[in-house]
Design a protein around this ligand. Structure first.
Ligand SMILES: Cc1cc2nc3c(=O)[nH]c(=O)nc-3n(C[C@H](O)[C@H](O)[C@H](O)COP(=O)(O)OP(=O)(O)OC[C@H]3O[C@@H](n4cnc5c(N)ncnc54)[C@H](O)[C@@H]3O)c2cc1C
Length: 476
């Protein structure tokens, strides 16, 4: 079955959201308690430009560090060694930046967004691994030329005579392995959990490589000040990591006592989970954001997975909606009410711009989840285009229609394969015919990678400025 269907509503009050009896009971229990009004915090945001500038200043400082203790460079051996030294310093700095990007720092998460941070991390990771390989090659080659030795012999000497170099070499191979596993082609073949846990070897690699920087790095051997500043940089990022990735989620779990309240099947392979807790308004989660959820059941407590809020969060309950894609998402439908949860977040900058006047939400498949929450809250006229390959893949149909009716929005369902729909339903022409004046809209896109890429190209072709297109990928 296929269809192109549109629903339009007249202006009115906002949606009151989905109803579930257990959910209502949870709400009723809460309603008697006095509620503290949470004033929106002044939330610090580190915008992408600022973050890149800070990283760039760091790169300049690293080059200055090399410069400050390099009086002159003579001969091929010296040139090679010094090129290797600069790259080594940059690699040492680069790994710290990579970890800092993933340290879940709230200003970064809010201002730059997890999606973009993850892309930078992946791209930066490729550079850093290449720089590490080039550093090892050039340093060894440079030493070999200076010592009039061949490269193989010099490699043996370095590995056997300098234990720190041996440890750093093991670290280099670990970085290389993690880089290979994270490459797109390999990433798609392994589960989220495997990919996620393999990344923990990064910390081992950083620890193994650390000592060779001070033991053998010319910039540090002679300068206590340089060693101090470098150590401070590593220690600060380690402290932030422990604070935001370990202690903050534990404190939050204690304060909010997250637990599963109820489950509701939305389609054959999609289920909504209602998660209750105390003082959830203090989290100040916005529609469009996501949490990393760690369900404390046997076999699942050790992994947390990202899922977006699929409804406007309430002081006593939040909702996520999960499509069965593998081990974790498939097990979600078997949770029982009462299951304890650690929720880490909210994360993500995929939230509506405050000055949006006309908004188009473009959802593909389960990418509807954050857009469903935004559809219910955005001011002004909102159009939602919901692309799904079959009727079974459509979730929240009645909810979306009710929201459209209540708030005066429009929903277009584009259901079926391209062949069934007579071509690409998300082409620039089709989008313009569904949303006249599209180039003046702010557009929010969420869906599978392929759908996102073609939607972004179509929106650009339809004249929507790049700065008005916001998107989130469900892939890290
Ligand atoms: C910010 C964000 C928000 C998300 N919100 C939702 C949501 O609201 N609802 C929802 O259903 N899903 C959402 N996801 C996706 C969800 O996190 C994954 O589908 C889930 O974690 C997969 O775990 P699994 O163990 O079930 O599947 P796995 O067994 O790990 O994977 C099954 C298959 O999917 C591939 N895969 C799984 N996850 C990814 C990934 N992240 N990147 C690339 N390939 C992957 C694997 O390579 C494998 O082939 C979101 C993801 C992100 C990053």
């Amino acid at each position: 079955m296929l269809s192109v269907e549109s629903r339009q509503g007249t202006a009115g009050s906002r949606s009151r959201g989905a109803g579930d009896p257990r959910l209502h009971r949870a709400r009723a229990r809460q309603s008697g308690r006095s509620r503290r009004v949470i004033e929106p915090r002044e939330r610090l945001r580190a915008r992408p430009g600022l973050v890149l500038s800070i990283i760039g200043v760091g790169v300049l400082a690293v080059i200055a560090l090399w410069w400050s203790d390099t009086l002159s460079v003579h001969g091929l051996g010296d040139w090679l060694t010094n090129a290797g030294r600069i790259l080594g310093l940059l690699a040492g700095y680069g790994v710290v930046v990579l970890v800092a990007l993933m340290a879940r720092l709230p200003p970064l998460e809010r201002g730059t967004g997890t999606d973009r941070l993850a892309r930078w991390h992946a791209m930066g990771g490729r550079y850093v691994v290449s720089v590490i390989v080039a550093h090892a090659t050039l340093i060894t080659w440079g030493y070999a030329v200076t010592a009039h030795e061949n490269v193989v012999g010099e490699t043996k000497t370095l590995l056997l005579s300098y234990p720190d170099v041996l440890m750093a070499t093991v670290a280099g191979f670990l970085f290389l392995g993690i880089g290979l596993v994270s490459a797109r082609a390999a990433r798609r073949r392994i589960t989220y959990d495997t990919w996620y846990h393999l990344h923990f070897y990064t910390y081992l690699a950083i620890a193994l490589a650390f000592s060779h920087q001070f033991a053998d790095g010319a910039s540090f051997v002679s300068s206590l000040k340089a060693r101090f500043v470098w150590s401070l940089m590593y220690a600060s990022v380690a402290a932030l990591l422990i604070w935001y990735r370990v202690l903050t989620p534990l404190r939050s779990a204690r304060r909010h006592r997250f637990h599963v309240v109820a489950l509701r099947r939305e389609s054959p392979d999609v289920v909504s989970v209602y998660i209750g807790g105390d003082h959830l308004d203090e989290l100040q989660a916005d529609p469009g954001q996501f949490f990393r959820w760690r369900f404390l059941t046997r076999g699942m407590w050790w992994s947390s997975h990202p899922y977006s809020l699929s409804a406007v969060p309430r002081p006593d309950v939040m909702r996520i909606t999960v499509k069965d894609r593998g081990d974790h998402s498939g097990a979600v439908s078997r949770f029982r009410p009462g299951t304890k949860v650690i929720a880490e977040g909210p994360y993500g900058a995929f939230t509506p711009a405050k000055d949006s006047r006309q908004v188009l939400l473009l959802a593909g498949g389960v990418g509807i989840t954050p857009l469903r929450a935004m559809f219910a809250t955005l001011p002004g006229h909102v159009t939602l285009i919901y692309r799904a390959s079959s009727p079974d893949d459509v979730v929240f149909g009645p909810e979306l229609d009710a929201i459209a009716r209540d708030r005066g929005g429009t929903v277009h369902y584009l259901i079926g394969s391209r062949a069934q729909l007579g071509g690409d339903p998300l082409s620039a022409e089709r989008l313009l015919s569904l949303v006249p004046g599209l180039r003046r809209y702010d557009v929010y896109v969420c869906g599978p990678a392929g759908m996102q890429d073609s939607a972004l190209a179509a929106l650009t072709a339809a004249g929507v400025p790049r700065g008005r297109i916001h998107h989130e990928s469900f892939e890290f």
